[in-house]
Ligand binder design. Structure first.
Ligand code: OAD
Length: 256
């Protein structure tokens, strides 16, 4: 079966009729760009480490060199990667929605900024970004787009340690992003969860919250997830190549 056959007609109808659509993306959207997801058993980012050894404030306090090296390697690798057809389909969806007077909100857990690179606008970054590093002491933030850091850990002029601007386990989401997400969820009538394992809260609870507020909910994912049973439509398949679910969805929308 092709992915096109998996996109239900009544989902296209709901999307066409909706007034405010919210998309939540996760690592699966960037998989075909070459960004490892977090939880794939062999290739996932946590395959060699436990998340709590790398992605917590405690890990950084314990071993800032290891944590900085790990994020620096990811940052340098990301610099060579480009958005895929799934990212581009989401850009097209935003333009399609806005040109029809609909509201459109894009929430992402991804820290890679590939949505921005593809051309998405007003992206709400729930877990921060790997490109901006912040001094733990003076709070100064600076974008880091160059090659590997000369030394690990990274130090600020003030002497403080600089850390990646991502949200670690146990940390609060950026207040403005969280408020914008909650506001969008409260007013959307269609919620689409794409390429996220839906296990990390609070983002994992957004689909359920949207449903409780009366929105129709869809999931596009390679695999079933904990929210697959609660959604109105679960579309299984990869999202990021021209023949896969998101580009196909966009093609179907343009026919309408
Ligand atoms: P995960 O790695 O947990 O999940 C990726 C999801 O994408 C899985 O459900 C896969 O089945 C699916 N997937 C993989 N390849 C795909 C493809 N080509 N097309 C469509 N789906 C695909 O990543 P996230 O859900 O984003 O947080 O993880 C959420 C958070 O957990 C991350 O932001 C990060 C992580 O720990 C922090 O670091 C705080």
């Amino acid at each position: 079966m092709t992915d096109s056959a998996r996109i239900p007609d009544d989902f296209i109808e709901s999307l066409t009729a909706s007034a405010h659509m919210v998309i939540l993306t996760g690592a699966g959207v960037s998989a075909e760009s070459g960004v490892p997801t977090f939880r794939d058993a062999q290739t996932g980012l946590w395959a060699k480490y436990r998340p709590e050894d790398l992605a917590t404030p405690q890990a950084f306090a314990r071993d800032p060199e290891l944590v900085t090296r790990w994020y620096d390697e990811r940052r340098v690798k990301l610099a060579s990667l480009a958005p895929n057809d799934g990212h581009r389909a989401i850009v097209a969806m935003q333009r399609w929605a806005l040109s029809r007077g609909k509201q459109f909100t894009l929430l992402t857990q991804n820290v890679d900024r590939l949505h921005h690179a593809a051309g998405s606008e007003d992206v709400i970054e729930l877990h921060g970004t790997l490109w901006v590093w912040r001094c733990e002491s003076c709070g100064v933030e600076r974008e880091e787009r160059g090659g590997p850091f000369a030394s690990h850990p990274l130090r600020c002029e003030c002497g403080g340690l600089r850390r990646p601007g991502v949200v670690w386990f146990g940390e609060m989401l950026p207040q403005a992003a969280l408020e914008a997400a909650e506001h969008a969820i409260a007013s959307c009538d269609l919620f689409l969860s794409i390429g996220t394992s839906a296990v990390v809260y609070p983002a994992a609870g957004f689909a359920q919250a949207a449903k409780a507020r009366g929105a129709r909910v869809a999931e596009f994912n390679r695999d079933p997830t904990p929210i697959s049973d609660l959604v109105d439509w679960s579309v299984q398949g990869n999202s990021g190549n021209s023949a896969t679910t998101l580009p196909e969805l966009m093609r179907r929308l343009e026919e309408n």
